[in-house]
Design a protein around this ligand. Structure first.
Ligand SMILES: *Cc1c(COP(=O)(O)O)cnc(C)c1O
Length: 372
């Protein structure tokens, strides 16, 4: 028996999802899974190895330290840092052998200096802000100027020009189309000078929704983990959830009508019943907003979280004639028998998205990679 709780990471499902996503791409389009934020809470180290073996041409991260960690287990695969690098992180990205993103002349100059000092050549992906309004430059002429800098400096290599979609998960494709067209237009200009430069734009939603967004490489994150970027059932796209979250029944007690469970007495038994206590709480990433709203599976049946989620425990009304016993496994995300709790459904009462549900599982919960 494991301690308190564990997140099981189905590496077979992760491989399957990579292959499914790759199969949607035209010949020659690269697959670049995004494993930032500890692989969306799934545990980066085992995920890096699994995707590297399953058709990934490159792996993307948000930060230099994430890339450096990946490099320690994957010596050969190309890496890309998507996010902004503080001056002190540049050296780490360079020594991990990662390509980096750039959109500012001052940054490219420091990058070139540090690469020269290390005697290395760094791949540069110039970021064009076509409408996300976050990182990148909105000025197409500056993109070309930075591309010229990257291609002419001996310690830099112009790898790509890229952008990021703001609304790819929405039904209305107008803004996504506009962003795509802006990248395509600038890409055409850039290729007159740099025939080899690659273009990339698509996250999971754009990868699935529209092949005209694929360009030369796609950067799926959430779909790699078998979650649906549109918040629906991932099975609709033949994606398999990779993460399941489990704990176990630590106590089962008889409750009289009127007895309460948990802080603030937010739940009171309306009939004689039995209540199970489960050693997982918001300290593990089970959000307090699930108090009296979330569900769990025990013995293949669905039960309500009854009472306030506390830091280390939740309580569950398992009914008066319950078969539930101390030691039974409890599933908070994942399946038991025919019952299934998707991260997409956990997100709903919290008014959030599946991404935040798995990213929010705290470091206290061990991630156990399984390959069956
Ligand atoms: C996180 C991220 C992605 C992956 O997005 P998903 O919606 O998870 O597929 C792709 N590109 C960039 C720049 C990102 O930050």
């Amino acid at each position: 028996m494991y301690e308190r709780a564990e997140a099981r990471i189905d590496l077979g499902a992760l491989r399957h999802n990579c292959r499914v996503l790759k199969s949607r791409l035209a010949e020659g389009v690269e697959l670049c899974p995004v494993l930032k934020a500890d692989a969306y809470g799934h545990g980066a180290l085992h995920c890096v190895s699994a995707v590297a073996e399953s058709g990934a041409d490159r792996i993307a991260f948000a930060t230099a330290s994430e890339a450096a960690l990946a490099r320690s287990v994957a010596p050969d695969i190309p890496l890309l840092v998507l996010g902004a690098l503080a001056p002190r992180e540049i050296e780490m990205a360079i020594s991990a052998g990662a390509d980096v993103s750039a959109w500012e002349p001052g940054f490219i100059a420091s990058l070139a200096d540090q690469a020269a000092a290390s005697g290395l050549v760094v791949g540069v992906h110039v970021k064009y802000d076509t409408g996300m309004g976050r990182l990148g430059t909105t000025d197409p002429d500056l993109v070309l100027e930075l591309a010229r800098t990257a291609s002419s400096h001996p310690n830099l290599r112009l790898a790509a020009i890229w952008t990021h979609f703001a609304t790819a998960d929405e039904e209305d494709s107008t803004f996504r189309d506009l962003q795509r067209d802006r990248l395509a237009e600038l890409g055409e200009r850039a290729r007159r000078e740099f025939p080899e430069v690659k273009l990339h734009a698509a996250n999971s939603a754009a990868l699935i929704a529209d092949p005209s967004c694929h360009f030369d490489m796609v950067r799926p994150g959430v779909a790699v983990y078998g979650m649906d970027p549109f918040g629906n059932d991932p099975a609709d796209h033949d994606l398999r959830p990779v993460l399941s979250l489990h704990s176990w029944v630590a106590s089962v007690k008889d409750f009289e009508a009127g007895a309460s469970a948990g802080y603030g007495r937010t739940w009171t038994a309306d009939r004689p019943t039995r209540v199970a206590a489960i050693p997982i709480g918001y300290g593990d990433g089970v959000r307090r907003g699930l108090s009296n709203k979330g569900e769990v599976l025990i013995r293949g049946r669905r039960y309500p979280i009854s009472g306030t989620v506390s830091m280390d425990n939740i309580t569950v009304d398992v009914g008066p004639d319950s078969e539930v016993r101390v030691g039974d496994e409890v599933t908070l995300i994942g399946s038991q028998g025919d019952e299934l709790i998707l991260a997409e459904r956990v997100a709903e009462p919290l008014d959030t998205i599946n991404y935040e549900v798995t990213c929010g599982i705290s470091p206290r919960v061990p991630r156990v990679g399984r390959d069956d």
